[in-house]
Design a protein around this ligand. Sequence first.
Ligand code: ADP
Ligand code: ZN
Ligand code: ZN
Length: 813
Amino acid sequence: MTLYADVILPLPLQGLYTYSVAQEAINSVHAGSRVIVQFGKKKFYTAIVFRTYQKETLEQPVKEIVTVLEEYPIATPLQLKFWEWVAMYYMCSLGDVYRAALPSALKLESETLVLLNPDFEDGNPLTTKEQKVFYCLSPDRAKTIAEIEKLSGLSNAVTAIKSLVDKQAAYISENIQDHYTAKSQTAIRLAKHYTEDELNAIIDELGRAKKQQHLFSIFLCLNGKTPLVLKKTLLDEAGASSAALSELLKKGYLETYEHEVSRFDYGQTNIDAAFDLNQYQQKAFDEIKESLEEKDITLLYGVTSSGKTEIYIQLIKEAIAEGKQVLYLLPEIALTTQITNRLKAVFGNKLAVYHSKFNDNERAEIWNNLLKNKEIQVVLGARSAVFLPFSSLGLVIVDEEHESSYKQQEPAPRYNARNAAIVLASLCNAKTLLGTATPALETYTNALSGRYGLVKLTKRYENIELPQIAVVNIKELRRKKQMKSLLSPPLIEGMKEALSKKEQVILFQNRRGFASMLECKNCSWTPHCHHCDVSLTYHKGQRMMVCHYCGSTYEIPAICPECETPTLDTLGYGTERIEEEVTQLFPKTSVARMDLDTTRGKRSYERIISDFEQNKTNILIGTQMVSKGLDFDNVSIVGILNADNMLNYPDFRAYERAFQLMTQVSGRAGRKNKQGLVFLQTSHPGSPLISSVKRNDYESFFEMQMQERKVFRYPPYFRLINIIVRGRDEHLTDSAAREFASALRNTFGERVLGPGKPPVSRIQSLYIRHILLKIENRASIQKVRESIYHHQSVVFANPAFKSILLHYDVDPM
Ligand code: ADP
Ligand code: ZN
Ligand code: ZN
C-alpha cells in the first residue's frame, strides 16, 4: 500500500493534484499539511494537502512529494471545508482560495526563486514593469527577488513578478526554507546555576575589573526581579558598554540567548475596562442572548451612536469566559485606532488585530498563535480574517454588515466576508451577530422572515437625539441665483454659527459618480435606461451613454427631453474643489480633506482623524471615508453637498447605498445635550428617498426599495451571477461572450442579460464583456452552477476560444 495525497496548488486551476508520499514521510503528511511538490517540468510550489488515502497503485503514475514543511498541518480540517465552500459558492478554484487565505509569509514568497518560462507564448501583453523583470530572468538559473530588483533597477519587483507568474511568463522555484521568522530579542542569563556563595565569589573575583563587577551586580539585581533580562535593558540600566558584557560572556559567567517576542503584546486583559451598559443597551444585550439561543444568526439593528461596540464587548467577554474564540469583523476602513484601542483596553493580549496593512510576518504570527491555540481569543479583523485557523470559534460579530467593502472584487475568490463569516460560524457551530444602523436589504429581509433573529436599539447613548435633517432645495436656490458656491446659504450660515461656538463641521461629498453622468442644468433631468431603471453612464470617449446593466447604448440628446433646452452637462464635483471654496469662505478656519488622495500614506488617515478629534481642524471634508465608524463628540453640523449624484449612480443598489451613506454621515452629528443639524442639499427635495432619510425612516425606505427590486428582478428576490469574459482580441472576445450567452439562454431564457460592455471595457489591453444572470432565489443554486459549467465546457471547447479568459462574480456588489 502507498499513501497518496491530493493537494491544492496555489494556482487558478480547477481540481486537485495527486502525489505519492515517501515511506519515511507518511506520519507527517495529513490533510492541511504544507508540502513542496513539483508541477510541470521544473516548477515547484508550496501546496496544501487536501486529503490523504491508501491505495495499492494508481492507474497513472504520479510524482512524489518533495518535502513536507512542518510536522503539523498548517490548515485545520474545518478550514479546508470552509475553503471548499468558498470555491464552490463563488465559482473559483481551491487554489484561488488558498492564495487568499494564507498570509504570504506562509507561502514562502520572499525566499522565492524565479525562473523564466522558456515555453512562454507571447499571448499576454506585458506592462513595462513586467518587461523589465522579464528580461532579467533566465530559464536555467533561478534568481532571487533581491537579485531581480538589483538587475532591473526596480525597487519593488514583487508585483511584477507575481503578474508574470500569473501570465505564465515566469515560474517560481521555491526555496524549502521557511521565510517566516518570529521576532526575537537578545536576552542574558547566567551560564549555569550558581549557589549564593559562588555568586559572591564571582563578584569578589571581578574586584579589579570595576565595570564588569558593576554590570554583573546590576544583572543579579534585575534577574532577581524578572527571569527575562534583555541585553538592551541590562546595558541601559548599568550604563555600561557592550565591551564589559563581552568580557563576562567570555569568562563564562553569563550567556546570551534569543528570546522570542510576540508582536502583539497589548498588555494584560482588563475586563473592568468594559463600561457598564445603560438600560437600553442591557435590554438589547439580553434580547440578543435570548435570540441566539434559538437562532444561529441575529441582527442588531441599532441607530448610530447607540453604543453597539459596548454590547459586543460584553458578548465577547462571555464567550471567552466559556473558552470560546471570537471573530469581530469590520470593514477595512473602519478598523481605526479608535476601535482597536477600545478593544485593547479591555482584552489586552487576548486580542489580535488582523489587517492588510500589517506585514506578512505579523499575519503569520497571528495564524500560528491561533493554530496552536495560544493566548489569542479575540480577532478584530478586516474581511480576510475569516480565513484564520480558529479552533474553538463561538461567536462571530460582523459590524457595519451592510458595507459593500466586505465584498472582495479582485482577484478571486470574489467573496462577501459577511456571508462567508456566517457559513464559517455554522461550520464551527458558532453564533453570528450582524450589527448596523442601516441593514442591507438582504439582511433585513432575512430578519423579517424570521430566518435571523432581530433586536432593535433605537436610543442613542446618553439619549443624544438623532440629528435634525434640513433638506435644502438647491434647484430652487439655483433658479433664484442664490447658489454662489457649492455650499448653499443655509449651510454656510449654519457653519458660521457652529464655528463661532468652537464646534466642528463635516462636509460630505460622494466620490462615485464624478463627471460620469449627464444632467440638465435647467431642470435636473438625468437619462435612464429604458430596460433597467438605472441612470446611464456618460462615456466621453465614445460620446455615448451606456447602461451598465444590460449594455444598451444611447445617443446623447441635443436638447433636454424634459424642458427642451440645450443645457445637458456633465455632473459631479470633487472634494478638492469643495476644499478650495471652503477655504475662500472661511479663510481663518483650519480645514482638512479626507479622500483617497490624501490618505495614501500608512498613517495619514489616522493623523487626519486624530487632528479632528483633538479639534486641531474645524472642518473636515471627505468622501465615504468620513462615514465609517468614527465617533467625534464636537460635531454639530454635517453638510451633504449633493445627494443626487448618489441616486443617479448607475447601479441597482444606488438608492440603498445613498440611504445608508446619508444616514451614516448624518450620524456623525450630535453632541451631549445638543441635537446635531444636517444640511442635505438636493434638487429633488420631494423624492421619497430624501424624505425617508429626513424622517430617519428605514422601514418606509425598505418597503419602497423592495418593490423596485421585485419588479426589476434584483436581490433579495433574485440572485445575480456576473460572468466576465476577457480577451486580447475584441472581436473574438465579443463572439465568445455572445456564444456563451446564447448557450446559457437555452437553459435560462430571459434570465440571461447581455453580453454588455462594462464601464471600463478594456483593461490592460484585455477587452471585457459581461453576461448577467438573474436567478430566482428559490432555484437550486447547485443545479444552476452545474448547468453554467456544462455550457462553459461546451462553448469553450472550441479551440478558437483558447485564449479567452473567463471568470464568475457571484452576488456582485
Ligand atoms: P455605535 O457603534 O452604535 O455607533 P459606539 O459604540 O461608537 O456607537 O458608541 C458611541 C459613543 O458612546 C462612544 O464614544 C462610546 O464610547 C460611548 N458609549 C457607548 N456606550 C457606553 C457605555 N455603556 N458607557 C460609556 N460610554 C459608552
Ligand atoms: Zn431639462
Ligand atoms: Zn439597461
